[in-house]
Design a protein around this ligand. Structure first.
Ligand SMILES: [Zn+2]
Length: 240
């Protein structure tokens, strides 16, 4: 694992398991650390070591979505940190508890990617507009039906999960990129992901931190370009 600091509050933790890098993030709060996503299974000790190096306890864990490369070490972390809050969106929480169906009002596209069931109890579920410490929850469905991003209201950092990828260049979730060619195959519904990308652009984030790829500073033009590419791909009928 490698860590990089971005601004005052954000630490990126990157793991290189083989095919592509996977990021989780620590966000510093007055009462300790919020860990956003938990990587693949077997990484608990690494996160605990990095938290110790930052000199603060992990007091809450937030999951951006229910894919295995984001929730993999959750159960292990819960075993080590039984008092830490565990927070997910109300929608993806149902996948984490084992449901696999779509609601009647959702696009009836097949779920994609490694939707994963966890044993650890979710202590809180959230929806867009809710607050988690300094973070505002932004509903960003598309990659999964209940995907969320987190906007740090102190400095405008947007922790985007897989709503965007920056590996191989900035991309809306589901856009094919040579640097991240599996994108279209792990994204549930691309038009919904595109609508979420528009919403994020409107928030004017000052920094974009995603699940796969480097952190971008002042990402507005990169997001706008990614949206234009996603729109062109969808208009061209290249639906995955
Ligand atoms: Zn991912």
């Amino acid at each position: 694992m490698r860590t990089t600091q971005h601004g005052k509050h954000l630490t990126q933790v990157t793991k290189f398991p083989g095919f592509f890098p996977i990021n989780a993030y620590f966000v510093g709060e007055d009462d300790g650390l919020t860990l956003i996503d938990t990587g693949l299974a077997g990484e608990c000790r690494g996160y605990l070591a990095h938290a110790a190096a930052l000199g603060a306890p992990i007091v809450r864990i937030v999951l951006t979505h229910a894919h295995g490369d984001h929730v993999g070490s959750l159960d292990e972390l819960h075993g080590a940190l039984p008092d830490a809050e565990i927070i997910a969106s109300a929608r993806d929480a149902r996948f984490l508890r084992g449901e696999r169906g779509l609601d009647p009002d959702e696009p009836q596209s097949p779920l994609r990617g490694s939707i994963t069931t966890v044993r650890a109890p979710l202590t809180r579920t959230v929806n867009g507009g809710d607050r988690i410490g300094s973070l505002a929850v932004v509903a960003t469905p598309g990659h999964t039906p209940g995907h969320i991003a987190l906007l740090d209201t102190r400095d405008g950092t947007l922790i985007g999960g897989d709503a965007f990828m920056t590996l191989g260049g900035p991309a809306v979730s589901g856009t094919f990129k040579w640097g991240f060619p599996i994108g279209p195959w792990v994204t549930w519904h691309r038009p919904t992901a595109l609508a979420s990308a528009h919403q994020v652009l409107g928030l004017k984030p000052t920094r974009l931190a995603v699940g796969h790829g480097p952190v971008l500073e002042q990402p507005g033009s990169a997001i706008a370009q990614a949206i234009a590419e996603a729109e062109a791909a969808l208009a061209g009928g290249r639906h995955a």
